[in-house]
Design a protein around this ligand. Structure first.
Ligand code: LLP
Length: 431
């Protein structure tokens, strides 16, 4: 199977986190998002252990909230003792509402409004990751007004192409994120930060991309960042105490993707980074990573009910399901690959080539093209695996379709973590 939390039971139905998914679909309705809480905790622990073992005490992961945001996920992050990265007041607000201490939050974003800055400072966000000089000045001005100091990192673009798909490349020189080294502006913003009295500069951040399968782009980025740190030390006397390399480790969505051993990749990353720091002649700063996808993606599965099954004679088969791009826009946006199962007939021969499509009034509303599954009938449950990251968080109400219910599964028991959105919810703000 694709991941160890997916199986087939003796009734020939698909299981996830030890539960019969067809029974869950019957009990809770579809579209239904399942989240394997034990798997999220396991993924977090792998990162935590690998980071302290390889980079040293005090080095830890931050959960990148953009991958999945609802209160339950922050409760897990809190219990597991990791930090979080937020890009909006909404993410910070949700974390705080879940009892997550915002001292452990890193506030990102290339356009923090004055209101965002005020909220972050007022709510005690531990670290601001400042994107650009304009934001730095606005932050300092606000801090002056309220008489507070703020710990900050500066987001730097190292200028790396991590060979992943263009839409999620964020570390290149002309990216909308961060301040580039290549143009001299990273040095300028560092000098500016050091000259301001209300911000406490502790180090630098960079993020090279997403869905990356090996350690090389991280090592390349770290190399550039460590050289930058050494250069800044020589020029200004400032020694960075923290280096945050962002997120980006990939996930196995389909059988053709490799199995990734995160502990091994972090070990490889750390070995090279430590050697480079020694060569360059600087002490390794405290290292931070910001995984999103690799903490939650394989903990998710989405269930749908099959509606129409139709054949365009001589061309193709369509299996229409009761969700689609509103709950999973990733094929429409990036042609992302997914593994699809006929959960009701998981043990039968996969002999039906088809496109699994959503219910929206839009041709691009596709979950996956050219899959081969056991021939479905109206009423069957279809499961799409590895949907824990960037599905619920990117969900919309397009065509006024309500967002799905989220079930958290732990120790073979399920509980509702987010109730199904209703038609009333969707018009709640309309006057
Ligand atoms: N830190 C920063 C600053 C980021 O920009 C991102 C992702 C992460 C951490 C987490 O990266 P991860 O570990 O999840 O790869 N919507 C796209 C992904 C966009 C990622 C943007 N930044 C998708 O569905 O594939």
């Amino acid at each position: 199977m694709l991941h160890k939390n997916i199986g087939i039971n003796k009734e020939g139905r698909l299981t996830f986190a030890g539960m019969d998914v067809v029974s869950l679909a019957e009990k809770y309705g579809t579209p239904l998002m399942l989240l394997d809480e034990d798997r999220i905790r396991e993924n977090i622990r792998v990162y935590k252990k690998a980071m302290t073992e390889n980079f040293g005490e005090g080095c830890f992961p931050l959960f990148a909230s953009k991958a999945l945001c609802f209160k339950g996920v922050y409760r897990i992050a809190k219990e597991e003792g990791i930090g979080m990265d937020a890009v909006s007041v909404g993410e910070l607000y949700t974390a705080e509402a879940a009892g997550f201490d915002l001292k452990k939050a890193y506030f990102h974003g290339n356009n923090k409004t004055d209101a965002d800055i005020a909220f972050g400072v007022e709510h005690g966000v531990g670290t601001f990751v400042v994107d650009n000089a304009d934001e730095l000045l606005a932050l300092d001005k606000h801090l002056e007004k309220v008489g507070k100091k703020q710990r900050i990192l500066l987001r730097i673009s190292p200028g790396i192409d991590p060979h992943t798909f263009q839409a999620v490349v964020t570390g290149s020189v002309d990216s909308k994120f961060g301040t580039p080294i290549a143009t001299g502006q990273a040095e300028e913003i560092t000098r500016l930060a050091l000259s301001l009295k209300n911000v406490e500069l502790v180090g630098f951040h960079c993020h090279v991309g997403s869905q990356i399968f090996d350690h090389e782009p991280f090592v390349d980025a770290a190399d550039i960042m460590l050289r930058f740190i050494a250069y800044i030390r020589a020029q200004t006397g400032f020694t960075a105490k923290e280096l945050n390399l962002g997120g980006g480790l990939g996930v196995r969505y389909v059988e053709s993707h490799p199995h990734i051993d995160y502990a091994e990749v972090i070990g490889e990353m750390a070995a090279v980074i430590k050697a480079r720091a020694a060569e360059i002649g600087i002490e390794l700063p405290k290292m931070v990573l910001e995984p999103g996808r690799s903490l939650v993606a394989d903990a998710g599965m989405t269930l749908y009910t099959v509606g129409s099954v139709k054949t365009i004679t001589g061309y193709k088969n369509y299996v229409s399901i009761d969700g689609g791009m509103p709950d999973n826009p990733r094929f429409a946006l990036y042609q992302s690959p997914y593994t699809v199962y006929n959960a009701s007939r998981a043990a039968e021969e996969a002999d039906f080539p088809c496109s699994v499509v959503g219910r929206c009034c839009e041709s691009g509303d596709i979950i996956q093209e050219n899959v081969v599954i056991p021939r479905p009938q109206r009423g069957d449950t279809v499961a799409v695996a590895v949907t824990g990251a960037y599905n619920y968080s990117m969900a919309s109400n397009y065509n006024r379709i309500p967002r799905p219910l989220i079930l958290l599964i732990s120790g073979g028991k399920e509980k509702v973590a987010v109730r199904r959105e209703t038609n009333e919810d969707m018009i709640a703000n309309e006057v």
